[in-house]
Design a protein around this ligand. Structure first.
Ligand code: DAH
Length: 352
């Protein structure tokens, strides 16, 4: 009996140790502990049988059992430490940094050149007390034309090559379009607010155009509108002059010439003196030798437009203007083709 119990203890110890070296994670270790050292484990079972032995044998085998138990416990502890050290070494290996390697460049995005210029323009007007508003790109004929003093059949409609939306109303008309300019927001803003009005409207516009270096079928505009009692043409000139100097340098001169837009009277176009050649180079690529660069249309808001939104045209006057940020960007950065702005060519975009 003593002999065979002692042998079972020896065998069990060997088997257990043989298994232990193969284990490589803490769950497996725990299962192993339960299997051999737990309350219902192998070794515990053998030792429980001791009660049937006489006192002498019990002491002998008991001592054997206790030694086996502490051997197994010690080895378990050792194996557990080996495993956690191996794990730490593995993590350290993964995290090891070779500081001599060149760094990986982080690719940062940037704002599109058009967005940058739109923000520069709106910032300049915000600094002068204008607020930014935006409006719909799909617009009614009513706002894009009618409210701007351009009724059906008016020859000035030819100034805007329009993309009409395929929607026919009960009267058989197609009253919806992709806005050809940001000017419709003039009427929308005035309909929803009383003077004083001072707004700046950046946004996308669309025209039925064959594209070339200076024409796109979609492009940006920035519209401006100021209406109050006592606004005169001098306010228009002062505001736009200040804007031109902020964007193109404090030395700029400006020139206003008569132009026609149905929603303003008088209407003008504004030019700045050529910041590239100051009018001294007859082959200048920017001003083509004229010394002047046209940058926007403007004028005093037509009384018809004021009356259309219910303003008292006897009491209120105002000025409006509209400009194309892509054109401004082309001038500022010497870009020779408007199509670059929409080609998504990274070689172009990365320059800004
Ligand atoms: N909407 C005009 C266009 O697209 C530009 C313009 C001219 C806007 C004169 C204005 C203005 O507000 O007063 O050609």
């Amino acid at each position: 009996m003593t002999q065979s119990t002692a042998q079972s203890i020896e065998e069990l110890t060997q088997t257990a140790l043989g298994e232990l070296v193969l284990l490589d994670n803490s769950e497996a270790l725990e299962q192993w502990r339960v299997r051999y050292l737990g309350r219902r484990g192998g070794l515990t079972g053998i030792l429980r049988g001791l009660s049937q032995l006489d006192i002498e044998q019990r002491r002998e085998v008991g001592a054997l059992g206790n030694r086996a138990k502490s051997t197994l416990e010690d080895e378990l502890e050792k194996r557990s430490q080996e495993i956690s050290q191996a794990r730490l070494a593995q993590v350290a290996d993964l995290e090891r940094i070779d500081v001599t390697l060149p760094g990986r460049p982080v690719a940062t995005g940037r704002l599109h050149p058009t967005t940058q210029v739109v923000r520069e323009i709106t910032d300049a007007f915000v600094a002068m007390g204008f607020s930014i508003v935006e409006g719909p790109e799909v617009e009614w004929d009513h706002y894009n034309f009618e409210m701007l003093n351009i009724p059906q059949g008016h020859p000035a409609r030819d100034m805007w090559n329009t993309l009409w939306v395929d929607y026919v109303n009960e009267e058989g008309q197609r009253p919806m379009l992709l806005r050809t300019h940001t000017s419709p927001m003039q009427a929308r803003v005035m309909e929803s607010a009383q003077p004083p009005v001072r707004v700046i409207v950046p946004g996308k516009c669309y025209r039925y155009e064959a594209t070339d270096a200076t024409h796109e079928w979609h492009f940006y505009q920035v519209e401006g509108l100021a209406v109050d009692e006592g606004i005169t043409f001098a306010d228009l000139k002062g505001t736009l002059f200040e804007f031109a100097r902020r964007l193109f340098g404090s030395e700029r001169k400006v020139r206003f010439r008569c132009d026609y837009f149905p929603f303003v009277e008088p209407g003008v176009d504004m030019s700045i003196d050529c910041f590239s050649c100051q009018g001294t180079d007859s082959s200048c690529r920017i001003c083509r030798g004229s010394g002047w660069i046209e940058i926007m249309g403007a004028g005093m808001v037509h009384p018809q437009v004021l009356a259309g939104v219910g303003y008292d045209a006897e009491k209120y006057t105002g000025f409006a203007f509209g400009l194309g940020p892509e054109r401004i960007a082309m001038l500022k950065y010497g870009i020779d083709d408007i199509r670059h702005f929409y080609s998504n060519d990274l070689r172009f975009l990365r320059q800004f």
